[in-house]
Design a protein around this ligand. Structure first.
Ligand SMILES: Cc1ncc(C[n+]2csc(CCOP(=O)(O)OP(=O)(O)O)c2C)c(N)n1
Ligand SMILES: [Mg+2]
Length: 335
């Protein structure tokens, strides 16, 4: 959690120095929800997430150097600099993105859960989404299929109270989002996202249920983002300072630190050592990203498609033309 917090503070600084381009969504305040949910994943489980994804990648064990380089758009990035902030990706860690289209990840994650069953794999999928995503069609379609096919998937709603500037109460006819699982005869529950151990316990239980009983479920985690929707949003026009401060009083990192100290599970010195290590780790990530080369323009189609024919098709697309595409390439595709 400490790594994610410090990493994202640095990301905001680097964004303001124009080292990071495109959209950038920070999740400070959500670290308990993120780490609690991701930690119980086993090696061969799969993780999908939305565009607020830096913490998800770090919690899954993606190298912070590769995450920072990805944000910088460099070759050393986890997606070779082709994805950027919203499209982090690391197949080697079972981290299948980072998706910028709201609910884009849901049908993909549902399909991945079907593939696990089809191939007789014992693992499960964790699919993170925001509260606002539960109002879109792909949510209903994905949960319905997961329900009728008994897929091993946990739909993890990170309910941070807002979809951009709109509250859950304004956007959702049923604002207790976990209850929506019942429409698909699926188990749903809600947990306090500021309490990392509570999230961890619930996520572990539901992931086991997915692996062992091949049952889907919904886990709604109540949390809050301190920053605006994206770095372009100050986040102050649709909510009050009092509200933001009241959530900061239940900061997941501060709460967990205090609990660890109170229960004598760690000492001050260990906590200071963690903080020092995290600072160094993030400094290292920035230095790595700076030193990593930018991909040459001609190489941009590389690493985008598994299928070489698709890569050839895309290689004709050039920056500067109206939609990037100069001509449609049909040769060699058998059509
Ligand atoms: C299909 C689609 N519609 C709209 C958008 C623009 N958009 C980006 S984030 C967002 C709000 C989503 O809120 P929520 O699901 O609660 O996630 P959070 O940003 O709070 O993490 C919207 C409307 C988009 N990216 N994709
Ligand atoms: Mg939200």
């Amino acid at each position: 959690m400490a790594l994610i917090r410090v990493f994202e503070e640095e990301v905001e600084r680097q964004y303001k120095r124009a080292r990071i381009g495109g959209y950038c969504h920070l999740a400070s305040g959500q670290e308990g929800a993120t780490v609690g949910a991701v930690h119980p994943l086993l090696e061969h489980d799969l993780l999908f997430s939305s565009y607020r994804t830096h913490g998800m990648a770090l919690a899954r064990g993606v190298d912070p150097d590769a995450v920072m380089a990805e944000l910088f758009g460099r070759e050393g990035g986890s997606a070779h600099g082709r994805g950027g902030s919203m499209h982090l990706l690391d197949f080697s860690k079972g981290f299948l993105g980072g998706w910028g289209i709201v609910t884009g990840q849901l049908p993909l994650a549902t399909g991945a859960a079907l593939a696990l069953n089809y191939r007789g794999k014992p693992n499960a999928v964790l699919c993170e989404l925001g509260d606002a995503a539960t109002n879109m069609g792909a949510w209903h379609e994905s949960l319905n299929l997961a329900g009728i096919w008994d897929l091993p998937i946990v739909f993890l709603i990170l309910n941070n109270q807002y979809g951009m500037g709109t509250t859950v109460e304004k956007a959702s006819a049923e604002p207790e989002l976990y209850k929506r699982a019942s429409a698909f005869k699926m188990h749903g529950e809600r947990v306090d996202g500021q309490d990392v151990e509570a999230v961890l316990g619930a996520a572990d239980r539901l992931l086991r249920r997915a692996r062992e009983e091949r049952k889907p479920s919904v886990l709604e985690v109540l949390t809050y983002r301190y920053r605006g929707h994206s770095v372009a949003d100050p986040g102050t026009s649709y909510r009050t300072e009092v509200e933001i401060e009241s959530w900061k009083e239940r900061d997941p990192i501060a709460l967990y630190r205090q609990r660890l100290l109170d229960e004598r599970r760690v000492g001050e010195a260990q906590i200071e050592a963690i903080d020092a290590r995290v600072e160094k780790r993030v400094e290292h990530a920035v230095a790595f990203a700076e030193a990593s080369p930018e991909p040459p323009t001609d190489s941009l189609p590389e690493h985008l498609y598994g299928d070489p024919d698709s890569a050839r098709q895309f290689s004709r697309m050039r920056p500067g033309s109206p939609f990037g595409e100069r001509e449609l390439v049909l040769d060699g595709l058998g059509r």
